[in-house]
Design a protein around this ligand. Structure first.
Ligand SMILES: [Zn+2]
Length: 101
């Protein structure tokens, strides 16, 4: 058996670089997906890393992902965030009235 672990490692790294490159368009597509961002904000689930975090802001991203955006992506995210309106909704379970005891 010949060992070509080193080569495999190189291939993996190239894949990652390629993924990261083509990833910019994907990120922008996500940032501009208004529905997806709205759901992300509502559910406090980052639209990029899909982690549930309390720090998800109006861009639909957690602080970590937001900080990792390129300046171009950040500009788009901020522009999109300006259109988002977040409302705090409070309900009381006694308002429903129809409870089965
Ligand atoms: Zn994230």
């Amino acid at each position: 058996m010949k060992s070509d672990l080193g080569d495999n490692h190189k291939i993996v790294q190239l894949e990652q670089v390629r993924k990261a490159r083509s990833g910019e368009d994907n990120i922008i597509a996500i940032l501009k997906d208004t529905k997806r961002i709205a759901i992300a904000i509502q559910q406090r689930t980052c639209a990029l890393c899909n982690n549930m975090r309390m720090c998800v802001n109006k861009t639909g991203l957690c602080a970590e992902c937001y900080l990792n955006l390129s300046p171009k992506e950040k500009k788009i995210a901020d522009e999109e965030a300006r259109h988002k309106k977040v409302e705090l909704k409070v309900t009381d379970d006694r308002w429903a009235g129809t409870k089965d005891y």
